[in-house]
Structures are given as C-alpha cells and as structure tokens.
Design a protein around this ligand. Structure first.
Ligand SMILES: [Zn+2]
Ligand SMILES: [Zn+2]
Length: 338
C-alpha cells in the first residue's frame, strides 16, 4: 500500500510499504480522511519527544471497514478510531483509566499511524459513525474528544464563567464543548492569528491576549472581581500555566491539558488560599468520543468549521511543507486519501 512515511524530521515521503497484517481481534480499515494534529507537526519538526523515525504519522482518522475478522462491523461501515491503545494490566488500566495507561501506545506516535491506505485496528478501539456525518467532521471527533475529556475533568456547571487558555484546535474544542454544558467561556491566546480566527468564525464575547498589560484587570472586571471558577489550560506554555493560578476564583478548579516539557513553579500561597483543585487531563475515553458524536448529531458543535486547509494524499508531501511555513494561520488541515 501507499503511505506517507516520516523518515526523519522535515522528510515526509510517499512510498510503498507492506499492508498491515490483521491480528485476531483486528479490523482492517481503509482510510478516508485524516486531520493533522499538533503532534504530527511536532514529529515533522523533530520536536515530538516520543516519536521515533521512520514512522507513518497520523491518528485523527475516518475510515471505511475493509475487512473484519471479528464480525463486529460490516464491510463499508463508516468508522473512526480511538487511537490510544492501553495495556489493560497496569494500575491505571485496572482502575478503568485506560486513557492514562502507563504503557499507552498511540497510532502515529509510538506505532505506525494512519497516513496510509490501510490501518489494522483492534475492534474495541473503533466506533461506528452514522453515514450522514461527513468524513472530515468524523476525523475531527478525536481532537474534540481530547477537549471533551478535559471539560469533563473540569466539572463545569451551568452558567459557570470559565477561562480557556490557548485557542488552538484543542482549546477552541474545549470552549465549544464547555458551551454544551452551559458555561460562559472566555478565550485567551497570545497569538493574534488564532484570536482573529476565533473572532471571525465563532461567537465569543471575550477573547483576550494575556500579553496585554492589564490582562488581570480585564479579567477582574469581566468576572466582577470573582475570577474564574474553572480554568482549562491547553497552551502547554509554562508562563500561562503558572500565572493562571492568579486568574482562578477561590475554591476553583484548574485543568492542564497542554503539556509543558519541564518543571512548573506555582505560587503556593495563591494555590493554598484558593484550596485549588489542580488536575491533569490525558487523552480521552470511549465515553468522550460518544459524547462528541452525540453533540455533532444534535448539531451543538460543528467541527468542520475548524478546517482551514485541505489536500489530497498525492499532494500531501508538498502541502505539509506549506502548512508548516504558514504556522498558526493553519488552524486545522485535512488530508483526503482519494
Ligand atoms: Zn490529535
Ligand atoms: Zn495500562
């Protein structure tokens, strides 16, 4: 089969590779569309610590069932992949938290990914989606599930004022999902490109830039001095993650989704006075995928609005280069296999 192999940083090549061999619980999928994630970009740039070369990237997948050894699906079924394989043996797995499995293996990061004609996936990691949901919307269910998981961790109540730090695809996904819980969302990002995209395409009353000198004053005003009951930080930026403690209401909860590769320094007085609840959020569960699917069916979210760039598989090598150069102007890019 044809696949896009990332042979080393900055070298993505289309080549012939063996079609995956199906294990006994596997379903063979013919890839339809695949959206490009920040982690694929990081692998391309050589900045993804867990990635080893050469490997096929890609994990945000919509596919058709090509063959099924388990007789769970029918040939031609439209499906998506929950791309994090858990070991089912570690402490996290035994406590029903396979999303933070000690030995988590992610397609396109630890194992061969989906930027190829076929991928073989264990049946338990596949969800059928209704035919009426188009293939590009379906591919975006995975990043939205990451967002949905973070929102679930935050335990948002109706009418809560929340801050979403970072307006990339995960951050905007968090904002959109939080609205389905009835939250009033304020979005913050240091990138004006990102804030412009949000302002032009979505309805948020307040989009702030943390670089502005009176950032905390702005927040104080618009929360009437109460600050935020919930903060979900998707930035992966240490300054944001450290400073946001000062934007949190007393008794509030903060969730880190974006990962900073290093140590954080948090003002412990600020942390303690608030009796802060601080949580991490990793990957997503089957229920998160189902929640996103339901939101799409109920038309509460429209993931396709995230897509700014598209390419066919045959143009993907070149398109990747261009998308990298355009940086934050590319919000979400989609590759079509046919
Ligand atoms: Zn992703
Ligand atoms: Zn495990």
């Amino acid at each position: 089969m044809k696949a896009l192999v990332l042979e080393k940083p900055f070298r993505l090549v289309c080549k012939e590779v063996p079609t995956p061999v199906m294990e006994k619980n596997d379903v063979l999928l013919e890839i339809e569309t695949i959206s490009i994630c920040g982690s694929d970009i990081h692998a391309y740039l050589g900045k993804q610590a867990l990635y080893t070369y050469p490997k096929i990237p890609g994990h945000e997948i919509c596919a058709k069932v090509a063959a099924d050894k388990t007789n769970t699906f029918s040939k031609g079924d439209k499906v998506i992949v929950m791309p994090y394989l858990s070991c089912r043996e570690c402490a996290a797995c035994r406590h029903g938290k396979g999303n933070c499995c000690e030995n988590l293996r992610v397609y396109g990061v630890h194992i061969e990914g989906g930027l190829a004609e076929y991928l073989s996936v264990p049946k338990d990691y596949i969800l059928k989606v209704p035919e009426k949901i188009d293939a590009e919307t379906a591919a975006l269910i995975e990043p939205f599930a990451i967002s949905a998981h973070a929102v679930k961790r935050a335990q948002i109540g109706y009418g809560d004022k929340i801050l979403v730090a970072g307006a990339g695809p995960i951050g905007l996904g968090v904002a959109e999902i939080a609205k389905t819980y009835g939250a009033e969302v304020v979005i913050a990002d240091t990138s004006e490109d990102r804030l412009c995209f949000v302002r032009e395409n979505f309805e948020y009353e307040h989009t702030l830039n943390p670089m502005s000198e009176d950032y905390r004053e702005q927040i104080k005003d618009l929360t009437k001095g109460q600050y935020f009951r919930r903060i979900i930080d998707t930035s992966g930026n240490n300054h944001s993650m450290e400073n946001n403690i000062h934007m949190l209401a007393f008794g509030g909860r903060m969730v880190y989704v974006g990962i900073y590769k290093g140590s954080l320094q948090i003002d412990d007085v600020a942390f303690h006075k608030r009796e802060t609840e601080l949580l991490g959020s990793r990957a997503a569960t089957y229920e998160d995928f189902q929640y996103v699917l339901k939101c799409i069916e109920d038309k509460k979210i429209k993931p396709e609005k995230f897509i700014t760039h598209r390419a066919n598989f045959s143009e993907a090598e070149q398109a990747f280069k261009e998308w990298i150069e355009q940086g934050t102007k590319v919000f979400k890019a989609m590759i079509y296999m046919k």
